[in-house]
Design a protein around this ligand. Structure first.
Ligand SMILES: Cc1cc2nc3c(=O)[nH]c(=O)nc-3n(C[C@H](O)[C@H](O)[C@H](O)COP(=O)(O)O)c2cc1C
Length: 193
């Protein structure tokens, strides 16, 4: 993928951040423009995986711009500043459930809503411990919604975390290329990581 405008929405699956960053760098190095958007949980929360300020610095270093951290700041992703593609990577169970129910109370959900208004593809990289339990219904509904595509995912640990699903980040760019052609990269359910 080259020379595309990519909305990059990041939600609070903190353990995934380190895995995500090299793939973002690959996209940036390919001449794509990355427009980062943080959920409130990402903008504000220090965890054992990352301090919020450090993560912000790493994202600015890769994307070359500050993240959007307000709902008002995300609204222009509609007709005012359209993206070729919007990604939610990683996408928490929380954001997955809200997206499926048309709830728009974070910058990420506002960016996704504004972008879908333009009829452009939205790519989701799921990362949640309830993907096969309380959130399975939301995943199932989003899988067949117009203009929504998924980075192929797996159960990451079916013994200790039986309901957990995690996207294959090494397929992020390939899945985005397919989504730009309004095609779901297959197989969407991959073998275990
Ligand atoms: C250390 C830590 C790790 C978390 N990891 C995940 C995760 O991998 N997947 C997930 O769905 N939620 C995870 N959560 C919970 C979300 O951060 C929480 O539901 C938050 O409200 C998500 O908001 P957002 O979807 O707007 O980013 C984690 C929370 C903490 C504190």
């Amino acid at each position: 993928m080259k020379n595309k405008k990519i909305g990059l929405c990041i939600t609070g699956s903190y353990c995934t951040f380190a895995k995500l960053l090299p793939h973002l760098k690959t996209l940036a190095d390919g001449g794509n423009e990355l427009y980062p958007v943080f959920s409130f949980a990402v903008a504000d929360t220090d965890t054992r995986f990352y301090l919020a300020a450090d993560f912000r610095k790493d994202i600015v270093a890769i994307c070359g711009r500050e993240p959007v951290t307000t709902i008002a700041g995300a609204e222009p992703f509609g007709p005012a500043n359209p993206m070729d593609i919007m990604m939610i990577a990683p996408c928490t169970g929380n954001t997955l459930a809200k997206l499926n129910h048309a709830i728009t109370d974070t910058p990420v959900l506002m960016a996704a809503k504004a972008h879908l208004r333009n009829g452009k593809p939205l790519l989701i990289a799921v990362s949640t411990n309830d993907g096969l339990s309380n959130n399975a219904k939301n995943l199932g509904e989003l899988l067949h919604k117009k203009n929504i595509y998924f980075v192929p995912f797996s159960q990451d640990n079916y013994i200790d975390k039986t309901n957990s699903l995690v996207a294959h980040y090494e397929l992020l760019e390939e899945a985005a290329d397919a989504a730009l052609q309004h095609r779901q990269l297959q197989p969407v359910i991959k073998e275990r990581l």
